[in-house]
Design a binder for this molecule. Structure first.
Ligand SMILES: [Zn+2]
Length: 256
């Protein structure tokens, strides 16, 4: 085959050559089903500064840090006092659609700057659960990108590389988040989901089964079963859920 970008010969089944594949390195690749243009709007809807301030008789309302949750992250990064960064980042990512448990059906904003967000842990480190939660969510974003990148027509070797590069970064964040004892089980479960996407299905299912004491992990287990075509086991995994309707909805979300 030939490269769609430069016309050079490319590997079997690969629409890009190895040189052009190199340019993809470090990019946060997300397919259209992982992006939701309304994701930020949703987050504004329940965290609106306007709603919080309410009608004012004074005519002018000053909002020092802006109403957009993403801008709040940016401004916190630029300010001298960055002690609030874990909280601000965790809030933004949660509102944007990235949960603590990696499910695979997350839909995130179409911001090019998401790529900058996943680089924050390279330059910053904090203690505590808030930061750990932000790390888990960023890890999930990288994991989704790993899965999406591995579905691009890059040829077998290119797909493997694209997955491995992003998965390694996600694993590093899960490892760091797992050092917070309250989050260690979620970090392990997310790592198992990532291994499942990487093809280690059996090991991943065993790990998820061992961790399935919480509803979040049970839905993850069900998701993994479902993706492997094991629908009965998937139904069984969520049958004891407290919010069974919610669990089934979540199970079906993102299934094509
Ligand atoms: Zn090329």
């Amino acid at each position: 085959m030939v490269c769609k970008f430069c016309g050079a010969p490319s590997a079997e089944g690969a629409m890009v050559c190895s040189a052009c594949l190199g340019k993809l390195s470090g990019e946060l690749v997300l397919r259209e089903w992982s992006a939701d243009p309304r994701s930020d709007v949703r987050s504004l809807g329940f965290r609106s500064a306007c709603l919080r301030v309410g009608p004012s008789s004074q005519g002018e309302v000053l909002l020092g840090r802006g109403v957009d949750p993403y801008l709040l992250v940016e401004r916190t990064l630029q300010s001298e006092d960055r002690s609030h960064l874990p909280t601000v980042l965790d809030h933004y990512l949660a509102g944007a659609g990235l949960g603590l448990h990696l499910m695979g059906d997350e839909q995130v904003p179409l911001r090019a700057k998401l790529r900058d967000l996943v680089q924050i842990p390279d330059n910053h480190d904090y203690q505590g659960e808030r930061w750990g939660r932000a790390l888990l969510r960023l890890g999930n974003l990288l994991a989704i990108s790993a899965r999406d990148a591995s579905r691009l027509p890059l040829g077998e070797e290119g797909r493997r590389q694209a997955f491995a590069e992003r998965a390694a970064r996600a694993m590093d964040l899960y490892r760091r988040a797992g050092e917070v004892s309250e989050l260690s089980e979620i970090a392990r479960a997310n790592l198992a989901m990532l291994r499942h996407w990487g093809g280690e299905h059996e090991a991943a299912l065993n790990e998820l089964k061992e961790l399935a004491n919480t509803e979040g992990v049970r839905v993850q287990l069900a998701k993994a079963y479902w993706e492997l075509g094991m629908e009965d086991q998937a139904a069984e995994a969520v049958s004891s859920a407290e919010d069974i309707e919610g669990a089934i909805l979540r199970l079906r979300r993102g299934c094509q």
